[in-house]
Write a protein that binds this ligand. Structure first.
Ligand code: DAH
Length: 358
């Protein structure tokens, strides 16, 4: 068979190989097989040496034409493969801007945070400052300087989370306390901030202190081991029980509504004398009595009293010159009353279905 015929057949083969290549790799393999150093066309060129001098020019010309033809075919195929790849990429990565977006989940302010802010707003409106105390306290600030006796039950490890437990309740411990040594605890009340204010500021003092407190209680519908209080302290010249009542009535009406009645019930707190608990008229039965208010017509909302002179003196404030009142509001209680919450544990879950309602 003649070399010319071989060349014709190679043109046919080249067409087929190049057209059937669907990737850049297949096309490169075709190029190597046809034009490479050991490729089919190269082989044929080598065989030209066996031709007669007359035949050589025409066959050589034909071989060169074929080389250019194949190179052109490969070039065109390579361009069209690149274009196909580009189109595939475009359609694969296309963004359909008409599709609805994925809405990011945004949180919601916690009910207790908004209650605390509301309480702060009411007292700031009456000229009070807001002070944030520390959650980890010493027994001195949490109990001793608040006039709580050494044997007060709330000091026991059953009622207080001690951070450094120095065998509370033992004789050694009582002796250490008699020497004035303090233990470290998670504050059980925000009242300790009264002592910090008395130590750090000069009267007149009008301050509130909101924040979390901790007690070893098993969570149930009405108790949480971690909850929030808003402490209040006023110390000035000539402060009377009338100021206390006027202030707290103003707060309660701003918080719960102008039509609310209040009741001041005598109670005991170590750091106030006299002390009382304040009840607000039930919003379900308006004082007639129902299951929500346990048929009393009233719901307890806060503790308060006139600051005990011992508390003022222990922190270096002249109790002959200054008098004052203090109060402690439970934020979860306020939330429960305002929104009729059946179970306080819902406040601890972080469940958006619950929180987004307020
Ligand atoms: N600290 C008290 C408690 O946790 C609440 C309280 C009562 C605070 C009377 C006061 C107060 O400032 O005067 O139960």
């Amino acid at each position: 068979m003649s070399l010319v015929e071989d060349l014709e057949r190679l043109e046919q083969t080249a067409h087929e190989r190049i057209e059937s290549a669907t990737t850049a790799e297949q096309l490169e393999a075709a190029r190597v097989a046809l034009l490479g150093r050991k490729g089919q066309l190269t082989d044929m060129m080598h065989m030209m040496g066996s031709l007669s001098p007359e035949e050589r020019p025409a066959v050589g010309k034909r071989a060169n034409e074929l080389r250019r033809l194949i190179e052109g075919m490969i070039e065109r195929s390579s361009q069209s493969l690149a274009e196909v790849a580009r189109q595939n990429l475009i359609s694969r990565e296309a963004v359909d801007i008409s599709l609805p977006g994925v809405r990011p989940v945004i949180g919601h302010q916690h009910l207790i945070s908004s209650i605390l802010e509301e309480i702060e707003d009411i007292f700031c409106g009456m000229g009070y400052t807001v002070e944030y105390g520390r959650h980890v306290e010493t027994t001195y600030y949490n109990f001793t300087a608040l006039n709580a006796p050494e044997d007060h039950p709330s000091r026991s490890a059953r009622d207080t989370f001690y951070v450094v437990d120095n065998a509370v309740g033992t004789a050694d411990h009582a002796e250490a306390h008699a020497r004035g040594e303090s233990d470290i605890l998670l504050r059980t009340q925000t009242s300790g901030q009264q002592v910090h204010a008395l130590e750090n500021e000069k009267p007149p003092i009008y301050m509130i202190s909101p924040g979390t407190v901790y007690r070893p209680d098993t969570p149930d519908a009405c108790h949480l081991p971690q909850f929030n209080q808003v402490e209040g302290l006023v110390v000035d010249e000539g402060i009377t029980f009338g100021d206390l009542k006027g202030t707290l009535d103003t707060f309660i009406r701003a918080m719960f509504g102008e039509d609310r009645k209040t009741r001041y019930r005598p109670h005991f707190f170590p750091f106030t004398e006299p002390s009382c608990e304040v009840d607000v008229s039930c919003n379900v039965c308006h004082g007639k009595g129902c299951s929500f208010c346990k048929h009393s017509g009233w719901i307890e909302i806060l503790g308060c009293g006139m600051v005990d002179p011992n508390v003022l003196e222990m922190s270096g404030v002249d109790s002959e010159k200054y008098t004052g009142f203090a109060f402690g509001i439970g934020a979860e209680r306020v939330a429960a009353l305002r929104y009729d919450l059946p179970d306080l544990r819902a406040l601890m879950t972080g469940d958006m279905r619950f929180l987004a309602q307020f």
